[in-house]
Design a protein around this ligand. Structure first.
Ligand SMILES: C[S@@+](CC[C@H](N)C(=O)[O-])C[C@H]1O[C@@H](n2cnc3c(N)ncnc32)[C@H](O)[C@@H]1O
Length: 435
């Protein structure tokens, strides 16, 4: 019997490279209902790993197999997965890795390729110590245009630190539901379940040592005492810094990761409008609100490119966490690298500017507007923010974030680079509306 997680990893990769899967998280979830947390971790690690290091794995394969390009995708992907597992899953005996991948190939009906797959993996196994020493230094593979773009803003040495940092498995953070429980109390409860955690630089954000699937199977999760949320995302919520009793808008709220943090920071007092154009996301948010005891959110399916006049000038604060190329999240979601192109970045930037124009109407005079994106391309960050400022002229004043910011602040703009805080990358701009 072939392990399910290996078969599923191969099937997911084939579909991903054929463009039939957009988001890997959904693919993992679809399989993981049948899995133990450990199996899900292995699946995720394999697929993520191959997407992060595809070029390097292909180069390694070519040293043993000059006709690599002629192989059918199913064989190429099985070999990528097998090589990745040999190099990085050091606790699995190498002979078992080779045997298992040969059996996966057989189970996919590719009997004619069994000797070839066996030979290539055996060759990698023979020089394994040397290959592992090399692979330990690998940085993530970036498309040339993105590497060139980041090379323009980071010194060469730092670019390498960034690429190496993005190659590592992502950390797991949770947001403590401070409406229900304190950090320390939750830490104790999780520790009793064998899940250690430690405090971070952001209050209410804990780094946990656990697999995602084990974490979301705990009763504490079911009771709404915490929610998995990346540290960078939580920093953004703190930069919005809403106060109890205010009217706040979370435009483009998604399933409400930041919405629920904003509600917590408001002490569950005030009014919090949460909008997204996708009905399913708003439905998920409603469920999360019920579970976490948040009462002040008014979720609504709404196209933020056409915000009804009844919402104009209502907000003391507005967060626009705009759709973007997601390139700050590639440690967790390397598939973003497959979708992003200079053209798609341009399209995102133009949509972001349109959304900002519309969101501007919602903010009352002297109110605050926060623009965030989980990406770090110039066009979607400084490019959009400066274009918006130019359009609005004196009606908009750039505001420096208050207090100590756990990121880089340049000319008032906040840049969270993924290698600085070891979180997702974000850009944040804050403005006060003058008129
Ligand atoms: C970056 S995600 C938001 C993530 C969310 N703020 C969170 O913290 O979980 C961007 C969201 O914008 C939504 N969106 C895109 N275009 C929109 C539009 N015209 N109106 C409303 N929502 C939109 C997408 O459905 C997506 O959920």
């Amino acid at each position: 019997m072939v392990d399910r997680y290996r078969r599923d990893a191969l099937s997911i990769l084939i579909r991903l490279y054929e463009g039939r899967i957009a988001f890997l998280d959904q693919a993992y979830t679809a399989c993981s209902l049948r899995y133990s947390p450990h199996e899900r971790d292995l699946l995720v690690s394999l697929v993520r790993g191959v997407v992060k290091f595809r070029e390097k794995l292909d180069t390694l394969a070519r040293t043993y197999l000059p006709k690599w390009e002629r192989l059918p995708p199913v064989i190429q992907n099985a070999l990528r997965l097998g090589m990745f597992q040999l190099l990085f899953h050091t606790r699995v005996p190498p002979f078992a890795v080779v045997h298992e991948w040969v059996e996966v190939v057989r189970s996919f009906g590719q009997v004619a390729f069994v000797p070839l797959v066996n030979a290539v993996l055996r060759n990698v196994e023979r020089d394994l110590a040397a290959h592992r020493a090399q692979a330990e230094k690998w940085g993530i593979d970036l498309p040339a245009w993105l590497e060139a773009e980041w090379r323009r803003v980071l010194p060469e040495e730092e670019l390498h630190v960034l690429l190496r940092s993005l190659a590592l498995p992502p950390p797991l953070y949770i947001r403590v539901n401070t409406l229900r429980i304190g950090e320390e109390e939750l830490q104790k409860l999780l520790a009793q379940r064998g899940i250690p955690s430690r405090r971070s630089r952001i209050s209410g954000a804990l780094e946990v040592v656990s697999s995602y699937s084990a974490l979301v199977r705990t009763p504490e999760y079911a009771q709404g005492l915490f929610y998995p949320q990346d540290l960078g995302s939580q920093v953004v919520g703190h930069l919005v810094a809403p106060k109890s009793g205010e009217v706040v808008v979370d435009a483009c709220c998604g399933v409400g990761g930041k919405t629920l943090l904003l509600a917590q920071l408001m002490g569950n007092e005030g009014k919090l409008f949460a909008w997204d154009k996708k009905k399913r996301r708003i439905e998920v948010l409603k469920g999360l609100m019920r579970r976490s005891g948040v009462l002040i959110v008014q979720p609504e399916v709404l196209n933020c490119l056409r915000i009804p006049e009844r919402f104009w000038f209502v907000a003391d604060r507005l967060l626009l966490d705009a759709p973007c190329s997601n390139l700050g999240t590639v440690r967790r979601n390397p598939e973003a690298l497959l979708k992003a192109t200079p053209e798609s970045v341009r399209q995102c930037a133009s949509l972001q500017l349109e959304l900002l124009r519309e969101a501007f109407q919602v903010v009352r005079p002297q109110g605050l507007m926060v623009y965030s994106v989980c990406t770090l391309t110039w066009e979607e960050t400084v490019g959009v923010a400066e274009a918006f400022e130019q359009e609005k002229g004196p009606a908009l004043v750039r505001v420096e974030p208050e207090g100590e910011v756990p990121g880089r602040v340049r000319d008032g703009f906040v840049f969270l680079w993924p290698h600085d805080l070891f979180c997702d990358g974000f850009f944040v701009a804050i403005w006060r509306k003058k008129a």
